[in-house]
Each structure stands twice: as C-alpha cells, then as structure tokens.
Design a protein around this ligand. Structure first.
Ligand SMILES: NC(=O)c1ccc[n+]([C@@H]2O[C@H](COP(=O)([O-])OP(=O)(O)OC[C@H]3O[C@@H](n4cnc5c(N)ncnc54)[C@H](OP(=O)(O)O)[C@@H]3O)[C@@H](O)[C@H]2O)c1
Length: 334
C-alpha cells in the first residue's frame, strides 16, 4: 500500500485518548504520515491538528473520507461506531485501521470484512500486542511445544477507573462495558494460545452504572485445554497471563502493552522451580502500522479478530443466560 510516492497518508477519525498515542506512532513509522484529522467539531479538529502538526483539520467524518490526500483511515471512535465508519471508509476506497474491538458483534465484523474485500482495501484491527516481537516468540514457543502439553490459560486485564459521566465506556448504546473494551484482550489472548475457538463456556458479570464492570469466564477448548478469563474496571491495572503446560509455564504481566519505560518481559517457570526471565525491545504499535501499510497478507489477523469477536458474542450470551436471580430461599427452621 502506498499513496504519494512511498508514503501512506492517514486520515484520523476521532480525537479521544487513544488518538494521541496512535497519531504519534503513525508519525514516527517509516512510510507513514498523518495528513488530516476529523472531529465532530472544527474547533476540536483544529486543536488536535495544531498540537500534533497535522496539515488538515476536518469537521465531520464524512468530509475526511472524500479527501484525495488520505489513503488510509485510523478509526478511534466508541465501539458501536466502528462498523459504520469502517464500511464507509472502505466504500470510499480508503484502507482501514480500526481500533479494537473491531465492532460490537460478529455479524458487523463480517460486514466490515466484506466491504473491505469488495473495495480491495486493507483492513486491520489495532490489537497492537499481536504485533510485538515478543508475540512472535510466544508463537514460536507454542508451536515447538516448549511448555509441553498445553493445559490451562489464565488471563486478566483491568484498570480501576471511577468514570465521569459522558464516558463512552458507561454507555451501552456506544458499546460500553468492560467486555468489548477489555474482554477483547483476554479473548484474543486465549484464542491466540489455543489456536481455535472454545467449544464451551460459562461466564458471569458484575453490573454497575448500567454496564458490565467485571466479567469472569471459564472456557473449554479441544484437547482438554481450559481457560479462565477476567476483565474489569474495578480492580487495579492488570495485563497478565499464564499459560500452563505439562513441562513449564509462561507468565507475562504486560502483554497488552509493556509497562512505561520498561522493556516487554515474560518468565518461563519449569517444573523444578527454575525461572528464566526474557525481555524484548521494539514498539508494537509501529510494527503494527508498518505491517498494515505493507504488502503482507493480513488473513491470519482477520481470522484472529473474527474469532475474538465470536468469543465475545458467546460470553455475552452466556452472561445473559447466567444472569438470573435465584428464587427466594426456603424459610429456615429455628
Ligand atoms: N488500542 C488501545 O490500546 C486502546 C486504548 C484505549 C482505547 N482503545 C479503543 O479506542 C477506541 C476509542 O477509545 P478512547 O479511549 O480513545 O475514547 P474517547 O477518549 O472517548 O474518544 C472517542 C472519540 O470518539 C469521538 N466520538 C464520536 N461520537 C462520540 C460519542 N457519542 N461519544 C463519545 N465520543 C464520540 C470523539 O471524537 P470527536 O469529538 O473528535 O469526534 C471522541 O474523542 C475504543 O474502541 C477503545 O476500545 C484502544
């Protein structure tokens, strides 16, 4: 993919928290630049453009899609808006880098894929951890059976945030709640490790302020591989997993994004108590952007995203089924 010469020119849709980080990552990736940013209001677009040295500030997302100086869009909107704008971008002939979760339902994700395919544009969900050099090492170790027979996967992603009103994470209409937001990570991790979809699951939730603030799920995969997953907004920052095999366990406490100012890390614990710590350099976001603007087929990432979305749908169904109030207990005899 390339636009002007060998440079891919990005148009950014949305000016929220993650935009700040990704704009800087796009601007510092070889072969990529940000040529325009769109917001619902011209003032906010202009403020962002001035802050980040972006040539064009655009009012309204539609106006961005018709620009000749935009080859690809980066969509950083609340989850329920991803499908609409990803499809509109594809139809306008723009390549699509879309924030996670790809959409709010598998049916929508399939529609996004179909639109990108029909318009011959590239699509990638911005699940950056999948693009770290360390993740290549995880993949290699799993393929070579370094941990023995795979048994159990545990993953937890959370942050503690008493949200202000107006936060999209508290609005069910905008795809709020921790399942789509943080469940995306734990499901993607389990799917990545197991290499397939689960065949059974059970899940529960804690609801506050109208959305799921905590989700716990147990999953069964083929070959007796199981997983316990947790995500939520009411415990402190966690981004860890353990993959337990018959010979050793892989432990990682920063898989979604390395801790600030520390290299990406993980540990391999063997059955005799020996521990090997490994660290990795590299920037997962820049590697993801480079992959997106390159020519490498992205099908494995598409399948990973569709399976992750499917797991989220299934957890949502399980949560709704499980969420029934027990009938009143019988009176106790004194
Ligand atoms: N990859 C990651 O590490 C990561 C981290 C955080 C978030 N995310 C994902 O990125 C997406 C955006 O998250 P964020 O934390 O950046 O969100 P945010 O700060 O709330 O920003 C969302 C932006 O969407 C636009 N928007 C349009 N309609 C909106 C509405 N009705 N309510 C609120 N905003 C609306 C707004 O931009 P304008 O007003 O300028 O139009 C707003 O700034 C989510 O899908 C989230 O899961 C990813």
């Amino acid at each position: 993919m390339s636009g002007e010469g060998s440079i891919t020119r990005f148009g950014v849709i949305g000016t929220g928290r993650i935009t700040r980080r990704l704009v800087a990552d796009i601007q510092s990736t070889d072969g990529a630049e940000v040529s325009a940013i769109a917001s619902r209001t011209s003032q906010r677009a202009q403020w962002y453009a001035d802050q980040y040295g972006i040539a064009a500030a655009v009012e309204g997302y539609e106006s961005l899609l018709v620009r000749d100086d935009v080859d690809a869009v980066y969509i950083a909107l609340p989850p329920s808006m991803h499908a609409e704008w990803a499809i509109a971008a594809a139809q306008a002939g723009k390549h699509v880098l879309c924030e996670k979760p790809l959409t709010v339902a598998t049916s929508q994700s399939l529609a996004v894929h179909a639109a990108c395919k029909a318009n011959s544009v590239r699509l990638l969900d911005a699940t950056a951890w999948l693009h770290h050099e360390r993740t290549d090492a995880f993949r290699g170790w799993l393929q070579e059976g370094r941990f023995g027979k795979l048994g159990h996967i545990t993953a937890a992603v959370s942050f503690f945030h008493p949200f202000q009103s107006g936060e999209h994470r508290l609005d069910p209409e905008l795809g709020g709640g921790c399942l789509l937001d943080l469940g995306w990570y734990v499901c993607s991790l389990a799917r990545f490790v197991a290499g397939s979809l689960p065949n059974r699951m059970v899940a529960g939730r804690i609801v506050r302020q109208g959305v799921a603030q905590r989700i716990t799920a147990m999953l069964w995969f083929d070959d007796d591989v199981t997983a316990t997953l947790s995500c939520g907004y009411d415990t402190s920052t966690r981004k860890w997993f353990e993959v337990a095999g018959s010979d050793a366990s892989l432990v990682c406490d920063d898989f979604t994004r390395p801790w600030h100012d520390r290299p990406a890390r993980c540990w391999i614990h063997d059955a005799a108590g020996a521990v090997e710590q490994l660290t990795f350099e590299g920037n997962q976001e820049r590697r993801m952007i480079a992959r997106f603007i390159g020519d490498e087929p992205l099908d494995p990432f598409h399948q990973q995203a569709l399976d992750t979305q499917h797991m989220i749908d299934a957890i949502q169904e399980s949560v709704e089924l499980a969420h029934h109030e027990p009938s009143a207990p019988p009176p106790r005899e004194c």
